[in-house]
Design a protein around this ligand. Structure first.
Ligand code: B12
Ligand code: SF4
Length: 500
């Protein structure tokens, strides 16, 4: 192994960094739900594994530690969080034997690369390991930074501990460990990718992630909530928020989402008892009252309903507990097999403390929507569901998407009409342009059919392309970009003024 940074050393101290994120501004206002300092689930899980093995751990969440620190990267697009120099200062003080960083969002891959370049410069002998969903989808984007020593593909559970043990050997040979991309003899090599999906979840390391070195709490709902709508019913002042993450995998495999590709179509659940046990610990030990679900399919697995019933029971004596599901619920789980509305489920959500029910409607155009069979679940039924949610004292936020590939003006106008009609039944809309993402069916199709090349894609990311920031280059609908933006602006007008 010629890479000195990977040469044998005793590994005791490990740092984990959640890098800066992009933050978008339009018309002088922050766009939707961008760059919130949210609790990082990979940090909880990876640091949890390391805690069980007795490693000393140090965590930096760039955005949580300096959310107001903004630097413009393109017009209206900022990077948010501690600067890379500030992160390097903190790490130097901790003096880690290894640095881990997570790369969750492909749109932000260059922020990770800027971070690792600074870290390599400041700590030239410390190996840097990158993992995460974006790292899994395109490890070479990170390896080409020249600063990453190893990229781990897939779940850390299968790979990280064998990797750390190998690095402690006198002459480490990474070729024996699957799911790695690494530098050897000046070349990038990779071992076989064997998709290993863990059946269990390690214990999460809440102490390292939630608490600042001075003992303060990192995550305040005033900054972490998705939008103003999600502050509904939450007292003013500091309110501690955290996440709950009970399952992985999604059966739907939507064309624009990378989850099923990476996590599989089977839903792996940690079980209602454990999930509820963690919520109680977070409430009792850390004083957390606001909990965001980060799993993709909340309500779909029977264990979720058991969990919600346990929370509902707990709330009888602790009514301050609030649940959020900003990732959005499947609409169909609200309907029984005979097609009727499951009022009991709506009631269960209210009892479990949801202040807002986020519904993934996305589009009324069937050819783009795999989640809702509109013959079975009609517009009227969706409107009735929203009314039922309102009657139980909760708000509804509708998740909507535009700019699908090949979308025609008629289709966009149809969606506009339907969402305008739905306006009377809901509190809020969240609208995003469709974003092409590595690991998705649309992205693969785009490369295959020459809609764009990988290099063109990466170049556009530096201009801030994302779900929040439509760039003409990625408008692959049949509607001219200015016209499309005009129609999207009409849609945005449905959002209540007070909550913009
Ligand atoms: C939670 C979540 C969020 C949270 C993130 C909070 C946070 N602080 O991290 C919020 C709500 C803010 C969010 C926002 C967005 N999200 Co999101 N989000 C998710 C979601 C649902 C779960 C992520 C998660 O925590 N998973 C659980 C952990 C345990 O899994 P993991 O991160 O992959 O980690 C495992 C491995 O990857 C690996 N690993 C991870 N890091 C590391 C590091 C090392 C060193 C090692 C060895 C291993 C390792 O081990 C871990 C344990 O198994 C995923 C979908 C999914 N199922 O993953 C989408 C997902 C990550 N989001 C996605 C997107 C696109 C977005 C948005 C751009 C969408 C939008 N409409 O704006 C924004 C961007 C926001 C921003 N930049 O501020 C995409 C990313 C795809 C891609 N290739 O970029 C995903 C995959 C969903 C999708 N549509 O395909 N998101
Ligand atoms: S968008 Fe939601 S439903 Fe579709 S595959 Fe992703 S997580 Fe599953």
């Amino acid at each position: 192994m010629d890479n000195e940074r990977l040469q044998a050393k005793r590994i005791k101290r490990i740092a984990f960094v959640s890098p800066q994120k992009l933050y978008y501004v339009e018309g002088g206002l922050k766009v939707g739900a961008t760059a919130r300092p949210n609790v990082s689930v990979p940090a909880l899980l990876v640091l949890g594994m390391l805690k069980q093995e007795g490693y000393e751990r140090f965590f930096v969440d760039a955005v949580a530690e300096a959310p107001g620190n903004l630097e413009e990267v393109a017009p209206g697009v900022f990077k948010a969080g501690l600067s890379n120099m500030q992160i390097a200062d903190k790490l130097e003080e901790f003096a880690p034997d290894v640095v881990l960083t997570t790369a969750m969002f492909s749109f932000e891959y260059f922020l990770t690369n800027e971070l690792v370049a600074e870290l390599k410069n400041r700590m030239p002998r410390v190996p840097i390991i990158v993992g995460g969903i974006a790292a899994t989808a395109h490890p070479h984007w990170f390896m080409e930074s020249g600063a990453v020593d190893v990229t781990v593909l897939g779940e850390a559970e299968a790979t990280l501990l064998p990797l750390l043990r190998e690095l402690e050997k006198p002459d480490p040979d990474l070729r024996s460990i699957p799911n790695l991309v690494f530098l050897r003899d000046g070349k990038v090599e990779n071992t076989r990718w064997i998709r290993q999906l863990g059946g269990t979840f390690p214990q999460f390391d809440y102490d390292s992630v939630l608490l600042l070195p001075d003992g303060g709490y990192r995550y305040d709902d005033r900054l972490t909530s998705r939008t103003e709508t999600y502050r509904f019913g939450i007292p003013q002042g500091e309110t501690r928020s955290c996440v709950f993450f009970g399952s992985r995998g999604c059966p739907m495999a939507c064309d624009y989402c990378a989850t099923s590709w990476r996590d599989g179509r089977m839903v792996r659940h940690m079980g209602a008892e454990r999930l509820f046990g963690e919520l109680k610990v977070l409430h009792e030990k850390f004083g957390v009252t606001i909990f965001y679900n980060q799993a993709d399919t909340l309500g779909f697995h029977p264990e979720d309903k058991k969990f919600l019933a346990l929370v509902a029971e707990y709330r009888r004596t602790h009514p301050e507990i609030v649940l959020n599901n900003p990732n959005a619920f499947f609409v169909r789980i609200f309907f029984k097999p005979d097609g009727s509305l499951d009022e009991e489920f709506v009631d269960l959500l209210a009892q479990a403390g949801f202040n807002v029910v986020t519904l993934a409607v996305e589009t009324f155009i069937q050819r783009f929507n795999k989640k809702i069979d509109f013959k079975r679940i009609t517009f009227e039924k969706i409107a009735a569901l929203c009314d039922a949610i309102g009657r139980k004292g909760m708000k509804t936020d509708i998740y909507a998407i535009y700019c699908f590939p090949g979308q025609t003006e008629e289709e966009m106008l149809y969606d506009l009409r339907m969402f305008r009609e739905l306006r009377g039944h809901v509190s809020d809309f969240s609208l995003y342009n469709l974003g092409y993402l590595p690991g998705t069916t649309y992205y693969e199709q785009a490369l295959r059919e020459g809609w764009f090349t990988e290099e063109q894609y990466k170049l556009q990311l530096h201009k801030g392309y994302s779900f929040h920031h439509l760039i003409d280059f990625f408008n692959l609908s049949k509607i001219e970009t200015n016209r499309l933006k005009g129609l999207a602006a009409e849609f945005k007008a449905f959002v209540p003024v007070a909550e913009k």
